[in-house]
Unconditional design. Sequence first.
Length: 530
Amino acid sequence: MDESKSFLKFINLETKSGKAFLALNIFLILFYIVSLVWLVKYKDWYIIKQRNFKLTFVGGIANFISTLSNSVTQILMFPCAFSYYSATIATVISQICFIARALRLIFLYKLNIFKVTELSQKKFIQNSKNAAIIEPNIYYKSIYKLVDKRIVQYFIIGLIAFITIISGAMHARTIEKVDGHYTYQCSFTEAININEKITGPNKSQMTPYGPEAPGGPGALAGQGGSMEGAGGPPAYLRLIKQMFYIPVIAGSVFIVINIILFITFALTNIKDDQKLGIKFDCFSNSFVTAITQIIYFFLQFHRNKTHQPNYIDDFDNFTKNGILLFIINGVYLHLTSVVIPVIKCIKAQRLNKKYEKEPTNTMQYFYKILNSQNLVEELKEIAIQEFVVENVLFWENYCLLQKLVSRAKQRQEIIGESSGSHHQKILLQDIYSQNSSHDDDSYDPNYPLLPQLVPYFNAFYHTFIDIDGPAAVNITGSTVRRIYHDFYTYPTVGIFDEAKDEVVESMYFTIFPILLQQNRKQLGDLYTHH
């Protein structure tokens, strides 16, 4: 078989550079595959859910294909088509998933802040009294659909499909009839010595469209040089250049988007709940990606000018016409979005096992935390970062309901049934004088729900229990159905107790471990003093 027509063939392995890239490729394969496998293992952990597993996993695979394509072309003859599609599809998918995760973080953070603002205990009482929870509900639903439906599903899937169709259509234009057979000029089977074309004499002939298209298609430099050096027809060369418009345009758009994201994160109040958290991931990657693209464009512009060789040319040669920059960018993106979160999951799992028998690691102690207003505020800050602030708000307003029940029962015993309208007035005046949710010794969950309490319990249901509510918590369907049934049969003051147990358990396994990791010594001291 003619070596020029072979599918793959190793090159440059006898050189120091070739050996270095061989080691780099082995490292990249292990670095990506091992971490992605572990990511699947921890997909249900709160650290991974915070980043959205689907976006992270799909983006990680696309980033792997794009980065490996850039690196492997330094030691391997590679078909033109594989390099083209890794640039136009894999690289674009990787960037889209990253941008979607960043937008998701921004919108969900703002949504959780809005929940805290609109569903505080004081506003909950006012809204319940005035039946004014409709407008916030509309806002919540629109943001939720924007984040979890339009961005994560429709927008991304639609954009990827669009890029794929356009890329395939542009590639199809390179089909040429040779000896009665139709073949792709940018072939799936014919390998090109890409590294030789990058550093060879044809380098000066490369156009700004074909060679090293932004977004990591390092192999494209060799493809463009090879075709030009082979003396292809001008019409064909124009088609090849047009194929590479897609990654060029995408790279330009990504520069603008990443700069906007960088400025947004620099000016926003979004905080990480841990070191090297999700804000650091999005903030640093938007900066690194934008800088990488800008440096690449600068090198490309400099390369196409007539000038005497200088230090910029040395840097250009050292980075293989910018290819090494995209490899570093891809590795950094994977490190912050996949590897570090997986390491955090492993560390959290080990800490949980280490302290599983500690008294501060029990549900009983967690209830002590929940009865400390200062610690509940810390939990709320963590919950905002984890996008589950509705759980803490549920707890706070559940405690508020118990205070309402306690005051209503006291007034019921003192004044009797004849002054129902007066009950509510006294209730609103005295509610914040209560220091605890209820007295466990006197609390009777089967006590009938008094008429003056119905508006508050009804508002609580439509806010936290109803699946279409503005801050619906994640509880089982059977619990939701039971609560709904009891409301219309025999409502009692303990109607939300089962839901409360599920929400507390959820907080115990998600945000409480973060609080423990951040304040284990202080919480231990709190336990000792209690």
